[in-house]
Design a protein around this ligand. Structure first.
Ligand SMILES: Cc1cc2nc3c(=O)[nH]c(=O)nc-3n(C[C@H](O)[C@H](O)[C@H](O)COP(=O)(O)OP(=O)(O)OC[C@H]3O[C@@H](n4cnc5c(N)ncnc54)[C@H](O)[C@@H]3O)c2cc1C
Ligand code: SF4
Length: 560
């Protein structure tokens, strides 16, 4: 290693977690370099172009050159599928990361999630664990996320909402016709639906424009910067500081080490094939779940022969994710669910976490129901035709298909559920022995099957959702008879679990890799166990929490 490192801090990945850490640490006076494999996106580069964004996935998504993954159902199977891009909730590309094309649903986790093992106990083959931190630890950082990034909502209407010190900084989104329709049907059944909090600003806020309710939302970047992401908030601010350097087109493939307990920096490639080696006093890996484990495993070296942080074989372990499914209803009147932001949705949280009696159900944890959702990302016509589940008897092409599409677009909505699948001992990420990306690096391989309990959970939720459609007087109801295939990712989490015990976790409560004094991991790969809710606000809160720890440790002289 050079005598003086190039930077105080190197961060791999400029998404939700990396963007927040980059700003916080450079604001504190540290010299920070963020390395991002994708290009710098400008708001002027984005447009309301269905083909370009959600359909062809240009600009906002990682390319097969650096992206991709492999999948197999269990550890005795060979790789069964290889994907040049991550299927379903595709991974980010460029500053802002996956938040560039996210939907904006912005939830806090419940206090019980942090004590999951105490609440549920262990299930067969399960790896449920308590978090090494509590909701109370994170509460100030949830607030910081909501105010810095811009979250709209009305906490007073959120039944069972966790305790909070401040209201949301912005009022909730206006609801569309379809959402009000769903809410009325739910209320007729005795539920108390409420507006989901959203990372979409409803008033002009900190130099950004409020939403124009355009409808080209999830799957797109916002043309007026109303959709909150770290590119238009934290990274934009950090770029004003001389302490902050953003290097795009840098694909990091190795963390370097000069002793068993110290990371020196990283090695990366640019698109011309040039290799760059950079050094830092602190290295933070914030490359999203699959690539966090991938980079630690790929960085094996004489000081860490099985991969960094993997001395007890823990890197990649306890992968878990959300299962989802939607029930579709066709109505007599126009619903126009493709109009407006993606997240002015109403949520029903009666069956979330431990809020209901689980006796005899055969599953732990829960999910939440929301409506009215569009087919595909934002439900625009081409996406709709590509993604709408087809009822029995409707072919996928030809005149009957066209007739179905013409009749249904504008007159349907979906009721959706996100379900929590607990972490299992048998689900994990490793490096595929054969499959490679276009640069020749091994793909992250997922060994993953849904838990045995998930189908029971689905059977519990499905009739409740169909009942809402019936109460809404849908003319026809279809779909939702199973959750997505296990290789279609939805909020992939785990792999570098945080915990107190280094034999069953990869990092400590601040995301610092056990045994390496200056290497951190950020993002939801740290989660020991998930909540039913969307997770990015928790990723952000954790990043602010980590940043505070790093700042204090640096000022005490512990890290630099
Ligand atoms: C379509 C879609 C809708 C979503 N909707 C919601 C929602 O409504 N609510 C919610 O809470 N969450 C949502 N999410 C999930 C959310 O966007 C992610 O959970 C969150 O952005 C993850 O944050 P992160 O920082 O861990 O990773 P990311 O934001 O993905 O950032 C990781 C960054 O690392 C970079 N990177 C990866 N590998 C390397 C490497 N080797 N070298 C250099 N750079 C690298 C990537 O290019 C990327 O920019 C959605 C996701 C998608 C795709
Ligand atoms: S609906 Fe609003 S937040 Fe979404 S893309 Fe359009 S203007 Fe932006």
């Amino acid at each position: 290693m050079k005598n003086k490192p190039d930077y105080d801090v190197i961060i791999v990945g400029a998404g939700a977690a990396g963007g927040i850490l980059g700003r916080e640490l450079s604001d504190a006076g540290l010299s920070v370099c963020v390395l991002e494999r994708g290009p710098m996106l400008e708001t002027k580069d984005v447009s309301m172009d269905e083909l370009r964004f959600p359909v062809r996935q240009n600009l906002l998504w990682a390319t097969p050159r650096t992206g991709g993954m492999a999948w197999r159902p269990h550890s005795r199977a060979a790789t069964e599928r290889v994907f040049p891009r991550i299927p379903q909730l595709l991974d980010g590309w460029g500053p802002g990361g996956s938040m560039n094309h996210w939907g904006g649903a912005s939830w806090r986790f419940e206090p019980t999630v942090f004590k999951a093992l105490d609440v549920w106990g262990q299930i067969p083959n399960g790896a449920i664990a308590n978090w090494p931190i509590s909701y109370e630890d994170l509460e100030p950082y949830y607030t910081k996320f909501e105010y810095r990034i811009g979250v709209s909502g009305d906490a007073s209407r959120m039944i069972h909402g966790p305790p909070r010190t401040l209201p949301y900084p912005l009022p909730p989104l206006e609801q569309g016709y379809a959402t009000n329709h769903f809410a009325k049907a739910s209320r007729d059944l005795g539920y108390k639906p409420f507006q989901m909090p959203a990372g979409i600003i409803t008033r002009d806020y900190q130099g950004r424009n409020r939403t124009g309710y355009c409808g080209f939302c999830m799957g797109y970047e916002c043309t007026v910067d109303a959709k909150s992401n770290t590119r238009v908030t934290e990274i934009k601010e950090a770029l004003k500081s001389l302490n902050f350097t953003m290097l795009t087109d840098r694909y990091v493939y190795q963390i370097t080490m000069s002793s068993p307990n110290r990371a020196d920096g990283v090695i990366c490639l640019d698109s011309s094939g040039k290799v760059h080696e950079l050094t830092a006093s602190i290295v933070i890996v914030a490359a999203n779940t699959l690539y966090n484990s991938w980079l630690l495993l790929l960085s094996r070296n004489p000081h860490a022969p099985s991969g960094i942080g993997n001395q007890y074989g823990q890197v990649g372990k306890y992968f878990h994710q959300h299962a989802f499914f939607g029930v579709t209803g066709l109505f007599n009147e126009r619903m126009n669910v493709h109009v407006g932001p993606s997240e002015p949705l109403m949520a029903i949280t009666n069956y979330t976490e431990n809020r209901f009696d689980h006796t005899g159900l055969g599953f732990v944890m829960g999910g939440f129901i929301f409506g009215a959702h569009a087919a595909g990302a934002a439900g625009q016509p081409i996406e709709f035709a590509k993604s709408i589940p087809l009822p029995e008897g409707v072919p996928s092409w030809g005149p009957l298909f066209k007739e179905f599409i013409t009749q249904t677009f504008g007159r349907y909505y979906l009721v959706f559920a996100l379900l929590t699948d607990p972490p299992l001992l048998t689900n994990f990420i490793d490096l595929d022995p054969q499959a490679k990306n276009q640069l020749g690096f091994p793909l992250p391989r997922l060994t993953f099957s849904w838990s045995a309990q998930l189908h029971k959970m689905h059977r519990f939720f499905y009739p409740k959702m169909a009942e809402i459609m019936q109460a809404a007087r849908a003319q026809k109801i279809w779909g939702g008879h199973d959750v997505q295939p296990p290789w279609e990712l939805s909020h992939p989490s785990g792999g570098t679990r945080m915990g107190e015990d280094d034999r069953v976790s990869v990092t400590d409560r601040y995301g610092k890799v056990h045994g390496v004094r200056n290497l951190f991991v950020a993002g939801n790969s740290l989660f020991p166990t998930m909540s039913a809710f969307n997770l990015t606000e928790t990723i952000g809160a954790l990043a602010y929490w980590q940043a505070d720890y790093i700042k204090q440790a640096v000022f005490k002289g512990d890290l630099i």
